[in-house]
Design a binder for this molecule. Structure first.
Ligand SMILES: [Zn+2]
Length: 272
């Protein structure tokens, strides 16, 4: 498992750097903080082998063959019409939920998500990485399943879904990383790579002094369950916390968060 070994070494270095930051934060994680919104989907997954083939190709070609799909969560108006949360599932959820809004800024989450996404796009392209965006405007109607399908069709090496959190406890802060489940039959094929990326991201965020609540598996997210490529949600912080709400709209803080994503992407790419 060469990939695992290399990622493991990178992680070890990162953890050593970040250990001071983590010491006081690791026990605060809670599994219920993530909003129940983020989901997308794409089409019924037919093969899990596509992504590994793509990764092999990228070893022998230029960096531009490495593809990152960025999904800025939500849109101007949610769509309460439903879609299946997974291929062949009888369970349905809203196509796109409306997201949260800042407790102080009163800014809609979908706006912050796209601001960060556009920064990330620019930073990744500067690294010669190909970027596919699920949206670049607010006035769209793209379900979570359809968003996953965009990354499937692009055969993305990794999909990064950007969201912000909200919770009734207004003191809660920090970033949270969500990954697909390793037991769900729809996502077990993408779990290992998704989790490897999530571990790198946790590390690069911590290196920049960003509090990370942890990495949590989710089985209930349409956007995970329809994805055939590795995928994570980065909940960038809590818009229900006055201070973090302000920070999440600060371009410098957005850039810091996205620089951490870029570092994780590069580490992930180089480990392939
Ligand atoms: Zn969200």
């Amino acid at each position: 498992m060469r990939i695992t070994k290399i990622v493991g070494i990178a992680l070890l270095m990162c953890v050593l750097n970040a250990s001071a930051v983590y010491a006081t934060e690791s026990s605060t994680a809670e599994t219920t903080t993530a909003e129940t919104d983020a989901q997308k989907s794409a089409e019924p997954a037919t093969e899990a082998t596509e992504s590994s083939e793509k990764q092999e190709e990228s070893e022998t070609t230029e960096d531009k063959s490495f593809v990152v799909c960025i999904d800025a969560g939500h849109q101007q108006k949610g769509d309460s019409k439903t879609e299946a949360i997974a291929p062949d599932s009888p369970h349905k959820k809203a196509r796109v939920s409306s997201g949260t809004e800042g407790v102080g800024t009163k800014k809609a989450e979908y706006v912050v998500n796209l601001e960060a996404a556009m920064i990330l796009k620019e930073l990744l392209e500067a690294e010669n990485i190909t970027v596919v965006m699920t949206r670049e405007t607010h006035d769209v109607n793209i379900s979570n399943a359809e968003r996953a399908e965009i990354s499937n069709k692009a055969n993305a090496n990794i999909t990064v879904r950007l969201h912000c959190d909200s919770i009734s406890n207004s003191s809660k802060t920090g970033a949270t990383i969500l990954v697909p489940s390793d037991t769900n039959q729809n996502t077990k094929a993408i779990y290992e790579d998704s989790h490897a990326f999530a571990e790198l991201l946790k590390c690069t965020l911590a290196d920049k002094g960003v509090k990370v609540n942890g990495i949590f598996k989710r089985e209930d997210m349409t956007g995970f369950n329809w994805s055939r490529v590795p995928v994570v949600v980065l909940e960038m912080g809590f818009m229900s916390n006055w201070n973090e709400d302000q920070m999440l709209s600060n371009p410098a803080y957005q850039k810091k968060l996205m620089e951490a994503v870029v570092e994780a992407v590069k580490g992930y790419r180089d480990s392939r």
